[in-house]
Design a protein around this ligand. Structure first.
Ligand code: NAP
Ligand code: MG
Length: 401
C-alpha cells in the first residue's frame, strides 16, 4: 500500500521518560508504516532543554505559530529532585507554561470513551470537554493576614493619578483579605478560544460564573462572553446548529450531573481546576484523557493529559516489564494529524486519523488492554498487555480496518 503523503509538517515535540519510549513505539508501529510522516522535530526532553538553555521550547512554540499544528509528548517539569537527577543548570520552567504563554491559549480536555470503561455517572453517554481559563483570579492573588481591628480598602490608582476607593471591611478583630484580578483581554481570548472550539467540534458551549453574587467581577466575564458571541459567533452557531448556554455555576454543576454529555464546559480558572479533576476521574482514567491547547487565532497543540509516568520508566530502566497506557498519546497524534489534514485539505490523512482511533478503541473493547484499564473495566476475561504488545495489537486491528 502506498503511504499517505503530507504537504505541511507537523511540529513534533518529543518529551521525557516513559512517554518518550511510547512516543517512539507509536511512530514506528502505527504511523511510519502508513504515512510519509513530515514533522519538524523539537527535542523537549529535559537533557536537551538543559543543553539549549530551554531555547528549544521557545523555538518549538514559535514553529507552532508558524505551521499551526503541533503534537507534544509529556515532559518533566523540573523540581529540586530533577535538578540533581539531570544535573540541571537551572530549574527550567514548565514547557507547557512556556508554550501556553507564547500561544495565549486555552486548554480543552476531553475523555476518550470506550465500552467497558464506564463513567461513574451513568447518564454520561458522550464526552464532556472541559475548557479552563488559565489566567488570573486566585492563581495570581495578593493576600494579607489581618492582625487585628482596622479598615481594609480596595484602591485603584489610574495612570493619571485619579483613584477609585471601596471599603472591603471594617475589622474589629483578626481576619484575612485577598486581592485578585483579571483582564478584559485575557477573558476575551478565552471566550474566542471556546467559541472557535465549539464550532470546530460542533458541540454546544456552556459557560457559568457566580454573577448574581459577584456583580462586577463575574458579571464582567458573562458580559464579555455575551458581547463577543452576539457580535461574532451568533450566526455561525445558528448555522452549525449548536448553542451557547450561560447559567450560574451551581446550576451548571447540577445540570452536568444530569446531562448526557457531548458539550464543552467553559470554566473560570478555579472552577476549571476543581471540575476538570472531577470530570476526568469520573470518566475513569487520566490515561484516557486528551488535551489540546487552542490559541485565539486558531493554532493547535495536542497532547496527553497525563505526565511522563516516571514510576513505570524506572521499572523500564531496570529491565522490568511495563504496562503503560499509550491511548492518550496516540490520540494526541491522531488529533494533530486530523487537524493538519483538515487545514491542508488532505482527506487521506483525516481518514487515517479516524481509523487509528477506531482501531485503538476496538482493541480495548475486544478485551485487550493495559493494566490500568484492566483494573477498572467491566469487561470479563480481559488480556493484560505490556506497553509494546498493546501497541502491536492496535496495529493488528488497524490492518483489519
Ligand atoms: P503522571 O506521569 O501522570 O503519573 C502518575 C501516575 O498515574 C502513574 O504513576 C501511574 O500510576 C498513572 N498513570 C499516568 N499515566 C499513565 C499511563 N499512560 N498509563 C498507566 N498509568 C498511568 O504524573 P506524575 O508521576 O505526577 O509526574 C511525572 C512527571 O510528569 C513529572 O516530572 C511531571 O512534571 C510531569 N508532568 C508532565 C505533564 C505534561 O507534560 N503535560 C503533565 C503532568 C505531569 P501507577 O504508578 O499507579 O501505575
Ligand atoms: Mg488541579
Amino acid at each position: 500500500m502506498e503511504k499517505i503523503k503530507m504537504t505541511t509538517p507537523l511540529v513534533e515535540m518529543d518529551g521525557d521518560e516513559m512517554t518518550r519510549i511510547l512516543w517512539k513505539m507509536i511512530k514506528e508501529e502505527l504511523l511510519l508504516p502508513y504515512i510519509d510522516l513530515k514533522t519538524e522535530y523539537y527535542d523537549l526532553g529535559l537533557e536537551h532543554r538543559n543543553e539549549t538553555d530551554d531555547q528549544v521550547t521557545v523555538d518549538s512554540a514559535e514553529a507552532t505559530k508558524k505551521y499551526g499544528v503541533a503534537v507534544k509528548c509529556a515532559t518533566i517539569t523540573p523540581n529540586a529532585a530533577r535538578m540533581t537527577e539531570y544535573n540541571l543548570k537551572e530549574m527550567w520552567k514548565s514547557p507547557n507554561g512556556t508554550i501556553r504563554a507564547a500561544l495565549d491559549g486555552t486548554v480543552f480536555r476531553a475523555p476518550i470513551i470506550v465500552k467497558g470503561i464506564e463513567p461513574c455517572v451513568k447518564n454520561w453517554e458522550k464526552p464532556i470537554t472541559l475548557a479552563r481559563h488559565a489566567y488570573g483570579d486566585v492563581y495570581k492573588n495578593t493576600e494579607i493576614k489581618v492582625p487585628g481591628s482596622g479598615k481594609a480598602e480596595l484602591v485603584f490608582t489610574a495612570a493619571d493619578g485619579t483613584k477609585i476607593r471601596e471599603t472591603i471591611h471594617e475589622f474589629t478583630g483578626p481576619g484575612i483579605i485577598q486581592g485578585i484580578h483579571n483582564t478584559d483581554k485575557s477573558i476575551a481570548s478565552f471566550a474566542k478560544a471556546c467559541f472557535n472550539f465549539a464550532l470546530d467540534t460542533k458541540q454546544d458551549l456552556w459557560f457559568a460564573t457566580k454573577d448574581t453574587i459577584s456583580k462586577k467581577y463575574d458579571h464582567n466575564f458573562k458580559d464579555i462572553f455575551q458581547e463577543i458571541y452576539d457580535a461574532e459567533y451568533k450566526e455561525k452557531f445558528e448555522s452549525a446548529g449548536i448553542e451557547y448556554f450561560y447559567t450560574l455555576i451551581d446550576d451548571a454543576v447540577a445540570r452536568v450531573m444530569k446531562a448526557k454529555g457531548g458539550f464543552i464546559w467553559a470554566c473560570k480558572n478555579y472552577d476549571g481546576d476543581v471540575m476538570s479533576d472531577m470530570v476526568s476521574s469520573a470518566f475513569g482514567s487520566l490515561a484516557m484523557m486528551t488535551s489540546v491547547l487552542v490559541s485565539p487565532d486558531g493554532v493547535y497543540e495536542y497532547e496527553a493529559a497525563h505526565g511522563t509516568v516516571q514510576r513505570h520508566y524506572y521499572k523500564h530502566l531496570k529491565g522490568e516489564e511495563t504496562s503503560t497506557n499509550s491511548v492518550a498519546t496516540i490520540f494526541a497524534w491522531t488529533g494533530a494529524l486530523r487537524k493538519r489534514g483538515e487545514l491542508d485539505g488532505n482527506k487521506d490523512l483525516m481518514v487515517f486519523a479516524d481509523k487509528l482511533e477506531k482501531a485503538t478503541i476496538q482493541t480495548i473493547e475486544e478485551g485487550k488492554m493495559t493494566k490500568d484499564l484492566a483494573l477498572i473495566t467491566s469487561l470479563k476475561d480481559v488480556t493484560v498487555l505490556n506497553s509494546e504488545n498493546f501497541i502491536k495489537e492496535i496495529r493488528k486491528t488497524l490492518e483489519t480496518l
